[in-house]
Design a protein around this ligand. Structure first.
Ligand code: SF4
Ligand code: SF4
Length: 64
């Protein structure tokens, strides 16, 4: 199973991960102004979010 590690200190809540993820793993938490993982089980391990995040605060860790 894949693991997603977010550096919330760096996340600006820009929404790029929400727009990038093809299977809607992320949602913006409007109260906190940061991203939120809402559907980890859908993750395809494509790493698009990690590549596209402008703050480089997402790490996708592939696991067996
Ligand atoms: S793309 Fe990066 S900075 Fe933007 S909301 Fe997602 S995790 Fe936060
Ligand atoms: S690795 Fe791909 S499927 Fe998984 S959260 Fe990131 S963009 Fe979505």
């Amino acid at each position: 199973m894949v693991k997603l590690v977010i550096n919330y200190d760096k996340c600006t809540g820009c929404g790029t991960c929400v727009e990038t993820c093809p299977v809607n793993v992320y949602k913006i938490d409007e109260d906190k102004g940061k991203t939120k993982i809402v559907a980890i089980n859908e993750c395809l391990d494509c790493k698009a979010c990690e590549v596209q995040c402008p703050e480089e605060c997402i790490e996708v860790i592939s696991e067996d």
